[in-house]
Design a protein around this ligand. Structure first.
Ligand code: HEC
Ligand code: HEC
Length: 82
């Protein structure tokens, strides 16, 4: 009896790979990053570009040098209490 992969085996392998790729592309674990505080400065901000009003060089609270240079804040920062 010879060991051979059937067509259905390739489908299973393909699906497994798809799941792995999907999982590695999920956003970084937000729970470990500092949350957006639920205070007045942060209340009701829907647009991520509004975050840069304060979190920008020369703003009220500039980001650190090594902070990721990305605009999709909510991908990494959950809102506290939400
Ligand atoms: C009106 C100015 C202002 C705006 C707009 C603003 N922030 Fe802030 N942010 C601050 C200040 C000041 C602090 C530090 C004091 C505090 O905890 O509230 C802070 C703190 C934070 C912290 C926590 C930092 C830490 O050390 O734990 C995060 C995360 C954050 N902001 C993300 C955001 C995001 C994301 C947005 C857009 C939704 C945003 N901020 C919009 C002023 C602002
Ligand atoms: C790729 C994930 C990611 C994205 C996107 C992201 N952050 Fe962060 N942010 C982090 C991590 C991780 C930390 C904690 C870093 C540390 O402790 O130095 C952090 C820390 C912060 C802090 C507090 C410490 C500091 O650097 O001043 C603020 C404020 C903040 N982020 C705001 C923002 C804002 C505003 C945006 C959108 C413009 C944003 N972040 C987008 C991952 C991210």
């Amino acid at each position: 009896m010879k060991f051979r992969l059937k067509k259905s085996d390739f489908i299973v392998i393909g699906l497994a790979l798809a799941v792995i790729i999907f999982l590695t592309r999920l956003p970084s674990p937000k729970d470990n990053n500092p949350p957006v505080p639920a205070d007045r400065a942060h209340h009701g901000i829907k647009l991520e570009k509004d975050c840069l009003f304060c979190h920008v060089k020369g703003g009220e609270r500039p980001l650190k040098e090594r902070h990721p240079k990305r605009q999709d804040c909510f991908r990494c920062h959950r809102v506290e209490g939400a």
